[in-house]
Design a protein around this ligand. Sequence first.
Ligand code: ATP
Length: 233
Amino acid sequence: MLRIEGLSAAYGPRPVLSDIDLHVDAGETVALLGANTAGKTTMIRAITGTAPRVSGKVLFENKDITALPSHRRVGRGIACVPEGRHVFRDMTVTENLVMGAFHRRTDFEESELKACIELFPRLGERQHQLAGTLSGGEQQMVAICRALMAKPKLLLLDEPSHGLAPLMVDEVHKAIGKINKSGVSVLLVEQNVGSALKIVDRGYVLESGRLALSGTSAELQNNDEVRRTYLGI
Ligand code: ATP
């Protein structure tokens, strides 16, 4: 579904990603792991079309989308839950969700909003509340559902558990499992390596902008370097 080939990116003269190859197959949940500043967000931005690209290719469903503007990538089926959530603070929960369907230029269906509330019942109780007044976890739910309203084939999530209490991390990770079961492929950026590896099929580890390791979730959980560096075992 998604194939990154030889991707390098830089901010000005400073290289941030060097020659990365990775892929996400249809139906998979894949983690992109790594410490602070490894380049994970930059990789997400390269896929959404908002990062400066130096070289390489981004292919989606076998088509080269490297030069495609962001809004057209959304139209092809790529939606993103950005780091820091970026909800529209002065809009209600429902208004935020409706914004997620904006690019479709057709009316969204009530059933789509209902599906969001089934995923996160708490949003049902908060439909008319301004998103800026929600807790961090609730804002994360809004950001996830706003992305789902775009009806993506591939969902990119950038550190959805950041700053959340452990119970909320569990709820968000369970929801990611349900989203994947509903047929959406997932690329999950996480610093929370232990819990991320429990919910993904495969993972890639970035170190200082280079791909250091990749493997199935079981392989990474049993890898000595991953255990020592990221799991503290
Ligand atoms: P974190 O987990 O802290 O979010 P990350 O792995 O997502 O880190 P990036 O956000 O991709 O890493 O940042 C990689 C490097 O690129 C960092 O050194 C960062 O300072 C730099 N960087 C990120 N955005 C910009 C920017 N807009 N301009 C200049 N440098 C940037």
